[in-house]
Ligand binder design. Structure first.
Ligand code: CP
Length: 309
């Protein structure tokens, strides 16, 4: 197979295992490209991409922009905080105005779950979801799984625990879909209040004791507490959360085995992970960021190949 089964990337749920493997194979080639002295290929010289960010971002936004530029696409950036959205313009009006400037692909981060899907059903340009509220963050899950494959040789059969604020996390949902499609076993770990009630329907294990979860896993993906999405108190204090669910060097070293530590960023050092763990040799946090560019190049390249020219 050399083409994706989808026309847009709105969620991992819509991808097949073959789609994910094709993205990884393509990303392998692009990883080689971005490590060359000349880090650019002319593949998308005739393509224009708009990055629409209605929510804050550091990694995802920079990573997409770099990926697009490494592929030689023309890039325009839009940030809601400095746009006419503030004057009451609707999402569709904003996007249609941008598209009338002959844009071929839209990469969008939006606070509303389903926003990317909504857009993909209403515009002719290709849509890539860069995070839609608490729903999905597909390219994050792809780069996470790609990083596990790189470090452990494959994802199949590996045990991955996702720790923290599962309830508000688009990273958790996309990771669950992606890892399961690739044959991994997935566990979630956190306070009862931060584990959604529907979690059992997804076929994942649930654990409320961090040590037990770490003893079970090959990989621990530590998530940030998303205070900006929490309207009520889900646990007594950050200090208490950290004491029960924070990963520190003492626990890591006492496991008697080497696990891999991941984090999608941004990190709250001293809350879900201590600095000595984040900066340890077991941490692949910065490799995840590096792989993000290659994986996003692959996604953009494969979707662009479906544009009728
Ligand atoms: N991992 C991630 O989505 O980070 P940003 O919010 O900085 O893009």
């Amino acid at each position: 197979m050399n083409n994706l089964s989808v026309d847009h990337l709105t969620g991992i749920k819509d991808l097949t295992r073959e789609d994910i493997e094709l993205i990884f194979k393509t990303a392998d080639s692009f990883k080689e490209v971005i490590n060359r002295p000349i880090k650019k290929v002319p593949s998308l010289r005739d393509i224009t991409i708009a990055n629409l960010f209605f929510e804050n971002s550091t990694r995802t936004r920079l990573s997409f922009e770099l990926a697009e530029k490494r592929l030689s696409a023309d890039v325009v950036n839009f940030s809601a905080s400095s746009s006419s959205v503030k004057k009451g313009e609707t999402l569709i009006d904003t996007v249609n105005n941008i598209l009338s400037m002959k844009v071929d692909m839209v990469v969008m981060r939006h606070p509303n779950p389903g926003a990317a899907k909504f857009l993909s059903e209403r515009i002719t340009a290709k849509v890539v979801n860069a995070g839609d509220g608490t729903h999905e963050h597909p390219t994050q899950a792809l780069l996470d799984a790609f990083s596990i494959r790189e470090r452990l040789g494959s994802v199949e059969g590996k045990k991955v625990v996702i720790v923290g604020d599962i309830l508000h996390s688009r990273v958790a949902l996309s990771n669950i879909y992606c890892l399961q499609k690739l044959g991994a076993e997935v566990m979630v770990c956190g306070p009862t209040t931060l584990i959604p009630k529907y979690i059992h329907e997804l076929g994942v294990k649930v654990e409320h004791n961090l040590r037990s979860a770490l003893e079970w896993c090959d990989v621990a993906n530590m998530l940030r507490i998303q205070l900006e999405r929490q309207e009520i108190k889900y646990f007594p204090s950050l200090r208490e959360y950290s004491m029960q669910f924070g990963l520190n060097k003492e626990i890591l070293d006492s496991l008697g085995k080497e696990i891999i530590v991941m984090h999608p960023g941004p990190i709250n050092r001293g809350v879900e992970i201590t600095s000595d763990v984040a900066d340890s040799k077991q941490s692949i946090i910065l490799q995840q960021v590096e792989n993000g560019v290659a994986v996003r190049m692959a996604v953009i390249y494969l979707l662009a190949s479906k544009i009728e020219r």
